[in-house]
Design a protein around this ligand. Structure first.
Ligand code: HEM
Length: 345
Protein backbone atom coordinates (compact mmCIF):
# COMPACT_ATOMS: atom_id res chain seq x y z
CA UNK A 1 0.00 0.00 0.00
CA UNK A 2 1.21 3.51 -0.78
CA UNK A 3 1.81 5.76 2.18
CA UNK A 4 -0.23 8.91 1.68
CA UNK A 5 -0.85 11.74 4.06
CA UNK A 6 -3.75 11.20 6.44
CA UNK A 7 -6.15 13.62 4.87
CA UNK A 8 -5.40 12.54 1.32
CA UNK A 9 -5.97 8.86 1.89
CA UNK A 10 -8.90 9.64 4.09
CA UNK A 11 -10.57 11.63 1.38
CA UNK A 12 -9.77 9.12 -1.36
CA UNK A 13 -11.14 6.15 0.52
CA UNK A 14 -13.70 7.43 2.99
CA UNK A 15 -15.75 8.99 0.22
CA UNK A 16 -15.69 5.83 -1.81
CA UNK A 17 -19.25 5.41 -3.09
CA UNK A 18 -18.95 1.63 -3.34
CA UNK A 19 -22.17 0.24 -1.85
CA UNK A 20 -22.13 -1.03 1.74
CA UNK A 21 -18.39 -1.40 2.23
CA UNK A 22 -17.62 -2.93 5.61
CA UNK A 23 -15.97 -0.43 7.94
CA UNK A 24 -12.58 -2.08 7.61
CA UNK A 25 -12.38 -0.96 3.99
CA UNK A 26 -12.25 2.69 4.98
CA UNK A 27 -8.76 3.26 6.31
CA UNK A 28 -7.17 6.51 7.35
CA UNK A 29 -3.48 6.98 7.96
CA UNK A 30 -2.65 8.72 11.20
CA UNK A 31 0.98 9.79 11.11
CA UNK A 32 2.86 10.28 14.36
CA UNK A 33 6.47 11.37 14.80
CA UNK A 34 7.82 7.84 14.94
CA UNK A 35 5.11 5.64 13.57
CA UNK A 36 2.29 5.42 11.09
CA UNK A 37 -0.93 3.88 12.31
CA UNK A 38 -3.88 2.78 10.18
CA UNK A 39 -7.39 3.60 11.33
CA UNK A 40 -10.65 2.50 9.74
CA UNK A 41 -13.59 4.85 9.78
CA UNK A 42 -17.27 4.00 10.04
CA UNK A 43 -19.22 4.35 6.75
CA UNK A 44 -20.61 7.86 7.36
CA UNK A 45 -20.16 9.32 3.91
CA UNK A 46 -22.13 6.72 1.98
CA UNK A 47 -24.91 8.18 -0.20
CA UNK A 48 -28.47 8.93 0.85
CA UNK A 49 -30.60 5.78 0.54
CA UNK A 50 -34.30 5.00 0.11
CA UNK A 51 -34.71 3.87 3.72
CA UNK A 52 -33.12 4.58 7.08
CA UNK A 53 -33.71 3.63 10.71
CA UNK A 54 -32.62 5.86 13.57
CA UNK A 55 -32.42 3.93 16.81
CA UNK A 56 -31.57 5.69 20.08
CA UNK A 57 -30.93 3.37 23.03
CA UNK A 58 -30.32 3.62 26.75
CA UNK A 59 -28.03 1.10 28.44
CA UNK A 60 -29.90 -0.50 31.33
CA UNK A 61 -28.57 -0.28 34.85
CA UNK A 62 -28.06 -4.05 35.18
CA UNK A 63 -24.86 -5.87 36.16
CA UNK A 64 -24.17 -7.47 32.77
CA UNK A 65 -25.67 -4.73 30.55
CA UNK A 66 -22.45 -2.89 29.74
CA UNK A 67 -20.62 -6.08 28.73
CA UNK A 68 -23.52 -7.15 26.53
CA UNK A 69 -23.70 -3.77 24.80
CA UNK A 70 -19.93 -3.66 24.28
CA UNK A 71 -19.98 -7.14 22.75
CA UNK A 72 -22.95 -6.32 20.50
CA UNK A 73 -21.53 -3.02 19.22
CA UNK A 74 -18.20 -4.68 18.50
CA UNK A 75 -20.09 -6.98 16.13
CA UNK A 76 -21.49 -4.11 14.03
CA UNK A 77 -19.16 -4.79 11.13
CA UNK A 78 -19.90 -8.54 11.16
CA UNK A 79 -23.66 -8.04 11.40
CA UNK A 80 -23.44 -5.47 8.60
CA UNK A 81 -21.76 -8.07 6.40
CA UNK A 82 -24.44 -10.65 7.25
CA UNK A 83 -27.12 -8.33 5.99
CA UNK A 84 -25.35 -6.48 3.19
CA UNK A 85 -24.26 -9.59 1.36
CA UNK A 86 -27.89 -10.55 0.79
CA UNK A 87 -28.23 -7.69 -1.70
CA UNK A 88 -24.94 -6.07 -2.55
CA UNK A 89 -26.64 -3.42 -4.68
CA UNK A 90 -28.61 -2.09 -1.68
CA UNK A 91 -25.88 0.17 -0.24
CA UNK A 92 -26.35 -1.12 3.29
CA UNK A 93 -24.46 0.80 5.99
CA UNK A 94 -24.70 1.23 9.72
CA UNK A 95 -22.89 3.74 11.89
CA UNK A 96 -22.80 3.62 15.67
CA UNK A 97 -22.53 6.62 18.00
CA UNK A 98 -21.90 6.65 21.73
CA UNK A 99 -23.40 9.33 24.01
CA UNK A 100 -21.44 11.36 26.53
CA UNK A 101 -23.05 9.83 29.63
CA UNK A 102 -22.29 6.29 28.41
CA UNK A 103 -18.79 6.95 27.05
CA UNK A 104 -16.81 6.01 30.16
CA UNK A 105 -18.89 2.90 30.87
CA UNK A 106 -18.96 1.59 27.31
CA UNK A 107 -15.33 2.30 26.46
CA UNK A 108 -13.97 1.41 29.92
CA UNK A 109 -12.82 4.99 30.36
CA UNK A 110 -11.01 5.42 27.04
CA UNK A 111 -9.81 9.02 26.53
CA UNK A 112 -12.80 11.21 25.74
CA UNK A 113 -13.25 13.11 22.49
CA UNK A 114 -12.63 16.72 23.44
CA UNK A 115 -16.01 18.15 22.46
CA UNK A 116 -18.20 15.24 23.59
CA UNK A 117 -20.96 16.40 25.95
CA UNK A 118 -24.72 15.89 26.17
CA UNK A 119 -26.85 17.89 23.74
CA UNK A 120 -27.21 21.38 25.15
CA UNK A 121 -30.81 22.64 25.18
CA UNK A 122 -31.07 25.62 22.85
CA UNK A 123 -33.59 28.18 24.06
CA UNK A 124 -34.70 31.03 21.82
CA UNK A 125 -37.33 33.67 22.57
CA UNK A 126 -40.03 31.61 20.85
CA UNK A 127 -38.74 28.06 20.29
CA UNK A 128 -36.62 25.62 22.27
CA UNK A 129 -34.59 22.63 21.10
CA UNK A 130 -34.91 20.12 23.94
CA UNK A 131 -32.12 17.86 25.12
CA UNK A 132 -33.18 14.22 25.43
CA UNK A 133 -31.19 11.19 26.62
CA UNK A 134 -29.34 8.68 24.46
CA UNK A 135 -26.47 6.30 25.21
CA UNK A 136 -26.18 4.68 21.77
CA UNK A 137 -27.25 5.74 18.28
CA UNK A 138 -27.61 3.29 15.41
CA UNK A 139 -27.98 4.98 12.02
CA UNK A 140 -29.00 2.16 9.69
CA UNK A 141 -29.33 2.82 5.95
CA UNK A 142 -30.10 0.88 2.80
CA UNK A 143 -31.90 1.09 -0.49
CA UNK A 144 -34.27 -1.54 0.93
CA UNK A 145 -36.35 -1.17 4.09
CA UNK A 146 -36.17 -4.93 4.73
CA UNK A 147 -32.36 -4.81 5.10
CA UNK A 148 -32.66 -2.05 7.72
CA UNK A 149 -35.29 -4.11 9.50
CA UNK A 150 -33.17 -7.26 9.40
CA UNK A 151 -30.06 -5.53 10.73
CA UNK A 152 -32.06 -3.94 13.55
CA UNK A 153 -33.50 -7.37 14.40
CA UNK A 154 -30.07 -9.02 14.54
CA UNK A 155 -28.60 -6.14 16.57
CA UNK A 156 -31.47 -6.18 19.08
CA UNK A 157 -30.94 -9.95 19.47
CA UNK A 158 -27.24 -9.33 20.11
CA UNK A 159 -28.09 -6.62 22.66
CA UNK A 160 -30.08 -9.30 24.47
CA UNK A 161 -32.24 -7.15 26.76
CA UNK A 162 -29.40 -4.87 27.88
CA UNK A 163 -31.03 -1.69 26.50
CA UNK A 164 -34.25 0.32 26.49
CA UNK A 165 -35.34 1.81 23.19
CA UNK A 166 -35.72 5.56 23.66
CA UNK A 167 -36.67 6.23 20.05
CA UNK A 168 -37.00 4.11 16.92
CA UNK A 169 -37.78 6.15 13.80
CA UNK A 170 -38.12 4.74 10.32
CA UNK A 171 -37.40 7.23 7.56
CA UNK A 172 -38.09 6.99 3.85
CA UNK A 173 -36.99 8.80 0.77
CA UNK A 174 -39.72 11.10 -0.50
CA UNK A 175 -39.65 11.53 -4.28
CA UNK A 176 -36.47 13.39 -5.36
CA UNK A 177 -35.05 13.65 -1.85
CA UNK A 178 -37.69 16.06 -0.53
CA UNK A 179 -38.69 16.70 3.06
CA UNK A 180 -42.37 16.62 3.91
CA UNK A 181 -42.49 20.42 3.65
CA UNK A 182 -41.97 19.75 -0.06
CA UNK A 183 -38.36 21.00 -0.50
CA UNK A 184 -35.35 19.05 -1.74
CA UNK A 185 -33.22 18.47 1.37
CA UNK A 186 -29.48 17.84 1.27
CA UNK A 187 -28.47 19.90 -1.77
CA UNK A 188 -25.73 21.92 -0.07
CA UNK A 189 -24.13 18.85 1.51
CA UNK A 190 -20.39 18.61 0.86
CA UNK A 191 -19.44 15.90 -1.63
CA UNK A 192 -16.31 13.89 -2.47
CA UNK A 193 -13.24 14.80 -0.44
CA UNK A 194 -15.10 17.81 1.03
CA UNK A 195 -17.52 15.41 2.72
CA UNK A 196 -14.82 13.48 4.55
CA UNK A 197 -12.98 16.70 5.37
CA UNK A 198 -16.16 18.03 6.99
CA UNK A 199 -16.97 14.88 8.90
CA UNK A 200 -13.86 13.06 10.16
CA UNK A 201 -11.65 14.37 12.95
CA UNK A 202 -8.06 14.41 11.72
CA UNK A 203 -4.76 13.95 13.52
CA UNK A 204 -3.94 17.66 13.37
CA UNK A 205 -7.23 18.76 14.99
CA UNK A 206 -5.80 18.62 18.51
CA UNK A 207 -8.48 16.11 19.51
CA UNK A 208 -6.42 12.89 19.63
CA UNK A 209 -9.10 10.73 21.27
CA UNK A 210 -11.44 11.60 18.42
CA UNK A 211 -9.18 11.00 15.42
CA UNK A 212 -10.91 8.97 12.70
CA UNK A 213 -14.30 9.55 14.30
CA UNK A 214 -17.07 12.13 14.00
CA UNK A 215 -19.53 14.06 16.13
CA UNK A 216 -23.21 13.54 15.31
CA UNK A 217 -26.33 15.42 16.42
CA UNK A 218 -29.86 14.06 15.93
CA UNK A 219 -33.20 15.80 16.35
CA UNK A 220 -36.67 14.55 15.57
CA UNK A 221 -38.90 17.34 14.21
CA UNK A 222 -42.70 17.23 13.88
CA UNK A 223 -44.28 19.47 11.26
CA UNK A 224 -47.55 21.36 11.52
CA UNK A 225 -48.57 20.58 7.96
CA UNK A 226 -51.94 22.28 8.18
CA UNK A 227 -50.34 25.62 9.06
CA UNK A 228 -47.52 25.14 6.52
CA UNK A 229 -49.96 24.46 3.71
CA UNK A 230 -51.75 27.77 4.32
CA UNK A 231 -48.59 29.64 3.28
CA UNK A 232 -48.22 30.73 -0.35
CA UNK A 233 -45.36 28.95 -2.11
CA UNK A 234 -43.34 32.21 -2.34
CA UNK A 235 -43.50 32.58 1.46
CA UNK A 236 -42.40 28.95 1.97
CA UNK A 237 -39.53 29.57 -0.44
CA UNK A 238 -38.35 32.65 1.42
CA UNK A 239 -38.43 30.69 4.70
CA UNK A 240 -36.29 27.87 3.28
CA UNK A 241 -34.13 29.96 0.94
CA UNK A 242 -34.68 27.88 -2.18
CA UNK A 243 -37.31 27.61 -4.90
CA UNK A 244 -39.64 24.74 -4.24
CA UNK A 245 -40.08 23.20 -7.68
CA UNK A 246 -36.61 23.46 -9.19
CA UNK A 247 -34.52 23.82 -6.00
CA UNK A 248 -32.74 26.97 -7.21
CA UNK A 249 -31.09 28.89 -4.37
CA UNK A 250 -32.47 32.35 -3.49
CA UNK A 251 -30.24 35.29 -2.62
CA UNK A 252 -29.46 35.89 1.06
CA UNK A 253 -31.55 38.63 2.68
CA UNK A 254 -29.82 41.96 3.23
CA UNK A 255 -28.87 42.77 6.87
CA UNK A 256 -30.73 43.04 9.18
CA UNK A 257 -33.69 41.48 7.36
CA UNK A 258 -35.15 38.09 8.26
CA UNK A 259 -32.76 35.37 7.07
CA UNK A 260 -33.88 32.11 5.47
CA UNK A 261 -33.18 28.64 6.90
CA UNK A 262 -30.31 28.02 4.51
CA UNK A 263 -28.61 31.26 5.60
CA UNK A 264 -29.16 30.80 9.33
CA UNK A 265 -27.99 27.18 9.11
CA UNK A 266 -24.69 28.23 7.47
CA UNK A 267 -21.47 28.76 9.41
CA UNK A 268 -18.86 30.48 7.25
CA UNK A 269 -16.06 28.13 6.24
CA UNK A 270 -17.51 25.02 7.92
CA UNK A 271 -19.77 22.29 6.52
CA UNK A 272 -21.61 19.43 8.14
CA UNK A 273 -23.00 16.33 6.43
CA UNK A 274 -26.77 15.87 6.78
CA UNK A 275 -28.67 12.66 6.10
CA UNK A 276 -32.14 13.93 7.04
CA UNK A 277 -35.07 11.63 6.32
CA UNK A 278 -38.82 12.21 6.29
CA UNK A 279 -40.91 9.98 8.55
CA UNK A 280 -44.53 9.82 9.52
CA UNK A 281 -47.95 8.39 9.02
CA UNK A 282 -50.84 10.35 7.50
CA UNK A 283 -53.28 8.07 9.34
CA UNK A 284 -52.07 9.37 12.69
CA UNK A 285 -51.47 12.90 11.39
CA UNK A 286 -47.72 12.52 11.99
CA UNK A 287 -45.37 14.33 9.60
CA UNK A 288 -41.73 14.79 10.45
CA UNK A 289 -38.11 15.27 9.52
CA UNK A 290 -35.40 13.31 11.30
CA UNK A 291 -32.41 15.65 11.32
CA UNK A 292 -28.97 14.01 11.54
CA UNK A 293 -25.78 16.03 11.12
CA UNK A 294 -22.24 14.64 11.22
CA UNK A 295 -19.39 17.04 11.82
CA UNK A 296 -15.67 17.14 12.42
CA UNK A 297 -16.24 19.88 14.99
CA UNK A 298 -19.28 19.68 17.22
CA UNK A 299 -19.36 23.43 17.81
CA UNK A 300 -20.24 23.96 14.13
CA UNK A 301 -23.58 22.12 14.44
CA UNK A 302 -24.21 23.80 17.79
CA UNK A 303 -23.60 27.20 16.24
CA UNK A 304 -26.10 26.40 13.46
CA UNK A 305 -28.69 25.51 16.10
CA UNK A 306 -28.01 28.74 17.94
CA UNK A 307 -28.45 30.76 14.75
CA UNK A 308 -31.71 28.91 14.01
CA UNK A 309 -33.28 29.09 17.50
CA UNK A 310 -31.91 32.35 18.90
CA UNK A 311 -31.73 34.05 15.51
CA UNK A 312 -29.33 36.36 13.75
CA UNK A 313 -29.87 39.10 14.74
CA UNK A 314 -31.23 37.82 18.05
CA UNK A 315 -34.99 37.43 17.87
CA UNK A 316 -35.10 36.80 14.13
CA UNK A 317 -35.24 33.00 14.52
CA UNK A 318 -35.50 30.51 11.67
CA UNK A 319 -39.14 30.65 10.50
CA UNK A 320 -39.03 26.95 9.62
CA UNK A 321 -39.35 26.47 13.41
CA UNK A 322 -42.81 28.09 13.43
CA UNK A 323 -43.92 24.98 11.52
CA UNK A 324 -41.43 22.35 12.80
CA UNK A 325 -41.05 21.41 16.48
CA UNK A 326 -38.09 19.35 17.73
CA UNK A 327 -39.17 16.66 20.19
CA UNK A 328 -35.75 15.04 20.71
CA UNK A 329 -32.15 16.25 20.70
CA UNK A 330 -29.08 14.11 21.39
CA UNK A 331 -25.38 14.19 20.64
CA UNK A 332 -23.09 11.21 20.09
CA UNK A 333 -19.55 10.48 19.06
CA UNK A 334 -19.01 7.99 16.24
CA UNK A 335 -15.66 6.37 17.01
CA UNK A 336 -13.39 4.85 14.39
CA UNK A 337 -14.41 1.35 13.27
CA UNK A 338 -11.26 0.00 14.93
CA UNK A 339 -12.26 1.43 18.26
CA UNK A 340 -15.81 0.12 17.90
CA UNK A 341 -14.52 -3.36 17.17
CA UNK A 342 -12.13 -3.21 20.12
CA UNK A 343 -15.11 -2.92 22.50
CA UNK A 344 -15.33 -6.70 22.15
CA UNK A 345 -11.82 -7.27 23.56
C1 HEM B 1 -37.23 20.61 10.36
C2 HEM B 1 -35.96 20.37 10.21
C3 HEM B 1 -35.22 20.75 8.98
C4 HEM B 1 -35.63 20.76 7.69
C5 HEM B 1 -36.98 20.35 7.13
C6 HEM B 1 -34.52 21.23 6.89
C7 HEM B 1 -34.56 21.40 5.51
C8 HEM B 1 -33.56 22.01 4.79
C9 HEM B 1 -33.65 22.35 3.39
C10 HEM B 1 -34.84 22.07 2.50
C11 HEM B 1 -32.49 22.93 3.03
C12 HEM B 1 -32.11 23.51 1.64
C13 HEM B 1 -31.48 22.49 0.76
C14 HEM B 1 -30.17 21.95 1.25
O1 HEM B 1 -29.11 22.57 1.05
O2 HEM B 1 -30.19 20.89 1.87
C15 HEM B 1 -31.64 22.95 4.19
C16 HEM B 1 -30.35 23.42 4.22
C17 HEM B 1 -29.53 23.30 5.30
N1 HEM B 1 -29.88 22.89 6.56
FE1 HEM B 1 -31.69 22.27 7.16
N2 HEM B 1 -33.47 21.49 7.71
C18 HEM B 1 -33.84 21.21 9.01
C19 HEM B 1 -33.09 21.36 10.14
C20 HEM B 1 -31.77 21.68 10.14
C21 HEM B 1 -30.92 21.73 11.32
C22 HEM B 1 -31.39 21.43 12.74
C23 HEM B 1 -29.67 22.07 10.88
C24 HEM B 1 -28.38 22.24 11.66
C25 HEM B 1 -28.25 22.19 12.95
C26 HEM B 1 -29.74 22.24 9.45
C27 HEM B 1 -28.65 22.56 8.66
C28 HEM B 1 -28.76 22.89 7.33
C29 HEM B 1 -27.62 23.32 6.53
C30 HEM B 1 -26.16 23.41 6.99
C31 HEM B 1 -28.11 23.59 5.26
C32 HEM B 1 -27.31 24.09 4.06
C33 HEM B 1 -27.15 25.57 4.11
C34 HEM B 1 -26.38 26.07 2.91
O3 HEM B 1 -26.99 26.31 1.86
O4 HEM B 1 -25.16 26.17 3.04
N3 HEM B 1 -31.01 22.01 9.04
N4 HEM B 1 -32.33 22.38 5.25
Amino acid sequence: MYLLTGSLLLSRLATSRTSWLPCRHLPSVISCANATRYLSMQPITTPLTQAATFLVLRVLDKPDAVDKVRAALARTSDLSKNVAVRDQTAAFACTVGIGSDAWDRLTRAAPRPKELHPFVEMRGAKHTAPSTPGDVLLHIRAERRDLCFEFERQMMDALDGAVDVIDDTTGFRYFDGRDLLGFVDGTANPVGSDASNSVFVEADDGDPAATGGSYVVVQKYLHDMRAWRTLPTERQESIVGRQKLDNVELDDAAEPEQKSHKTLASVEGHDILRDNMPFGSPGTDTFGTYFIGYSRKLWVTERMLERMFVGDPTGKHDRILDYSRPVTGSTFFVPSADMLESLGD
